[in-house]
Ligand binder design. Structure first.
Ligand code: DON
Length: 304
């Protein structure tokens, strides 16, 4: 399979069609990005990198980091984690508060904000330097020191943190949050403000296409069974209330972020990251979703 030709064809077709959305503005600093940037990077299991467009430009990975923190915490807590967070699609927006009340402080899954806050709280309890260790972990997965935390983006989110703060206090009211809210939020905003390129992001997801073993870190990151479970969660919950639509159109486990990035994997074949900042009304990148749909259409295979 000529992956370079494939992603170039996908890139050209999407650029010709040029579907548009709107950049995220609820974190004001994210609105300063050039909306015309678009890149695709695909990494096979031998470590070959195929890239097109702005695939080496660093961007705000936002919620894509929820997969990295889940992998760190899953490895430590194993199945005990699932007493604090569920594994069901939420069918609700990523920052929804309502469901958490009905379900007595147990978030639906680790990828909605409430669930990710529980994961970061668990991480905070076990790791001595949580923010540095998240960066170190992602650097290791990417095979080089690529992670930069954009302090302006972090501060911008901190200054508009009403919903995430409300979620954290609500979790605390239900005894599902062990540490100080401000401390955990500081780590959560730092992980969301990580900037890296499509190339590095695709490399950092490679272990999930490879039964838990990272060819870049040269070690097992999670067991084969944990890798399969993280992939199942990405397939069912990675795109919030658009997860069914993504599975239907693309058919790969993946995770989106409001910076416009999506990382996805085709188990036993490749990992891929796509980035374009303009989003649809569910907070997922319009061009990135279309690009991945075209990719699996042209490949004539997905998970299914
Ligand atoms: O907590 C937030 O709202 C953001 N830092 C991350 C949200 C996000 O990326 C949702 N993804 N589509």
């Amino acid at each position: 399979m000529d992956y370079q030709k494939l992603i170039e064809e996908v890139y050209d077709e999407i650029q010709k069609e040029n579907p548009r959305g709107k950049v995220a503005t609820y974190i004001p600093e994210l609105a300063n990005v050039d909306p015309d940037q678009f890149g695709i990077a695909l990494v096979d299991l031998k470590g070959n990198v195929f890239g097109v467009g702005d695939y080496q430009t660093a961007f705000s990975i936002q919620s894509v980091s929820k997969v990295h923190t889940l992998a760190m915490v899953f490895h430590v807590f194993k199945s005990k984690l699932w007493s604090r967070v569920n594994v069901e699609p939420s069918g609700n927006p990523f920052n929804s508060i309502a469901q958490l009340e009905f379900e007595k402080g147990i978030p639906r899954n680790p990828f909605i904000n409430a669930g990710a806050l529980v994961i970061t709280d668990a991480l905070y309890s076990k790791f001595e330097r949580p923010t540095d260790q998240i960066s170190d972990f992602i650097n290791e997965l990417s095979g080089r020191s690529c992670v930069r935390i954009n302090q302006e983006v972090k501060e911008s989110e901190k200054n508009h943190a009403e919903r995430n703060t409300a979620l954290a206090y609500f979790l605390k009211a239900h005894k599902n949050f062990d540490n100080k809210v401000e401390d955990v939020l500081d780590v959560y905003f730092a992980q969301c403000a990580i900037e890296m390129s499509c190339e590095d992001l695709a490399k950092s997801f490679s272990f999930l296409a490879n039964d838990g073993y990272s060819i870049f870190a040269k070690r097992e990151i999670v067991s084969e069974s944990h890798a399969r479970r993280i992939n199942a969660l990405m397939l069912t919950c990675g795109f919030y209330d658009e997860s069914g639509e993504f599975a239907f159109r693309v058919g790969l486990p993946g995770k989106s972020g409001v910076g416009g990035g999506i990382a996805a994997v085709m188990p036993h074949k490749f990992s891929v990251a796509v980035w374009c900042p303009e989003l649809n009304d569910k907070g997922n990148s319009v061009k990135s979703i279309k690009a991945l749909e075209l990719l699996t259409d042209k490949l004539k295979f997905s998970l299914f």
